[in-house]
Design a protein around this ligand. Structure first.
Ligand code: SGN
Ligand code: CA
Length: 497
């Protein structure tokens, strides 16, 4: 799993931006899901849904702030109890250590790209190097030296990349800073038909993406241009002198040439410049993920483990790569609602299969338990996707999925909303400090730029979807989280006045 890895940046989905031959192998030898989504598009809540098989309001991890409640039962605990050897390496982001793992080495919080610190079962350690390589080194070391060959295993291999601030390894920034990328169709979306939330979200390339912090302009140029931003340098300060010198040799000339063009830029040319800089670094950080996934897949091949191992590649949610003028996630709109999902299961999944059914991160726990021959606890809320993997589609009849995002007020200012997605439509309700509905026709308007909630032709569609949405809220027991109880939790913690 990676962090904030948009499906648009995996060549099995789209080869406009990058080639990811290793990640693609999982789909070439297995199944590509084109309608996989999350229930709440943000990091730690998504991870909590994955581990517990329960929606945020029931597992308690509604946003990145609330600590994960470790009294939850998770699928790794159940696998460990039934005789699986279990290990976790990389980003968890729970604020506490994982339960149900024989061994773990996790990043504290968001973790750092360079010379990162890790929390391990044996204490803390700092490792010199690049985070994606180090997480893979830990993984390989465990596979090679500590895996108990008499036992089945669960390995959670969880990258920090491609999270903000998208810092690549030297070998990749050298290459990717020379590239130019095609612009997304909706880069200059003006949110004309949408409600307040899209207009007030603070995640635009133009305004909120920071030239120094995100686009890596040198402090010198930020000062010289008197850019009104508080200069933060991400993991740059953690680098060794040698790493800084290599970094400066590539990024300083970019800063100097920006300095020359900046006085003649307008909003549109600045947006495009930021987009290119963003894509260079974001995609370069994906290149390291892809290479390292290749190392792990090669090891499985060389040791004969491939035959009997299910490999799953996913992200904690999708991400905006300039679509609608944005970066970040959180919205139920496509780019952040969908998540990549590729699964390889040799001798069961027919190679190169594409699956269009709507599956969610909520389904992982029950899927993994079924794969291990275990009966999931009754209160898990997903559905095992094994019938889709074995291509017994007649056993699968999901026609709608439920979504609920909570982290507001908060960074990027995406308003709270919940909604329903069917194959044809998406209906969302923004609430808390507004009361606004949006409806999109997913077939006619895949970019979701025409909100048709007020269109009289859709009166019946809205009526039906609202009923269905109420049904989902009852089914998933989300009848309390719009009330003041949840808002009170925010007040008690001092997150809102
Ligand atoms: C940090 C990022 C945000 C990001 C959140 C959540 N800012 O606050 O841009 O939305 O994490 O990301 S940063 O300057 O600290 O990178 S998440 O993946 O943890 O959900
Ligand atoms: Ca994330």
């Amino acid at each position: 799993m990676s962090d904030d890895h948009a499906y648009q940046a995996i060549s099995a989905y789209s080869d406009k931006l990058i080639q990811t031959p290793n990640i693609d192998r999982i789909a070439a030898e297995g199944m590509l899901f084109t309608n996989a989504s999350v229930t709440n598009s943000i990091c730690a809540p998504s991870r909590a849904v994955i581990l517990t098989g329960k929606h945020s309001h029931l597992n308690g991890k509604i946003d990145n702030h609330m600590p994960f409640d470790t009294t939850n039962v998770t699928f790794p605990q159940l696998l460990q109890k039934s005789g699986y050897q279990t290990a976790m390496f990389g980003k968890l982001h729970f604020g506490n250590n994982p339960k149900g793992f024989d061994e773990f080495k996790i990043l504290p919080g968001q973790g750092d790209y360079y010379n990162p610190k890790f929390i391990t079962s044996e204490g803390d350690t700092t490792v010199t190097g690049y985070v994606t390589d180090i997480i893979t080194d830990f993984t390989m070391d465990w596979l090679e030296k500590r895996r108990d060959t008499a036992k089945p295993f669960l390995l959670m291999y969880l990258h920090k990349a491609s999270h903000r601030t998208w810092m690549p390894a030297e070998r990749h920034y050298k290459e990717y800073t020379k590239k130019t990328f095609p612009l997304p169709e909706t880069l200059f979306d003006n949110y004309e038909t949408r409600g307040t939330a899209a207009h007030t979200a603070e995640m635009t390339l133009l305004k909120e993406m920071q030239l120094g912090y995100d686009n890596k302009l040198s402090q010198k140029v930020v000062n010289e241009l008197r850019l009104e931003e508080r200069y933060k340098r991400g993991a740059y300060d953690r680098m060794t002198e040698e790493q800084k010198a290599a970094w400066d040799a590539v990024y300083n000339p970019i800063s100097e040439s920006f300095k020359k063009t900046y006085p003649n830029m307008n909003d549109s040319t600045l947006t495009i410049w930021k987009y290119q800089r963003y894509m260079q670094d974001y995609l370069a950080s994906i290149a390291a993920v892809d290479e390292n996934v290749g190392r792990v897949l090669d090891y499985l091949d060389e040791t004969g483990l491939t035959e009997n191992t299910v490999v799953v590649y996913t992200s904690d949610q999708g991400f905006y790569l300039g679509e609608h003028g944005w970066f970040d996630k959180r919205f139920m709109y496509n780019e952040s609602f969908k998540t990549p999902l590729l699964i390889r299961w040799p001798n069961v999944i027919t190679p190169e299969t594409t699956e269009t059914e709507m599956v969610q991160n909520l389904d992982f726990a029950q899927t993994f338990l079924e794969l291990a021959g275990l009966v999931p606890p009754e209160d898990m809320q997903g559905e095992s996707i094994v019938p889709l993997l074995t291509q017994e589609g007649e056993k699968w009849n999901r026609d709608a999925i439920y979504y609920h995002y909570y982290e507001y007020p908060g960074v990027h200012a995406v308003k709270r909303h919940y909604g329903i997605a069917t194959e044809e439509y998406k209906l969302m309700h923004f609430y808390y400090d507004v009361d606004e509905w949006e409806l999109y026709d997913r077939m006619k308007d895949p970019n979701e730029i025409n909100n048709i909630y007020e269109n009289p032709d859709y009166i019946n569609v809205v009526k039906e979807l609202k009923q269905k949405l109420e049904g989902l809220r009852l089914k998933y027991k989300d009848t309390d989280s719009l009330t003041n109880n949840y808002i009170q939790i925010y007040k008690d913690n001092g997150w809102i006045e």
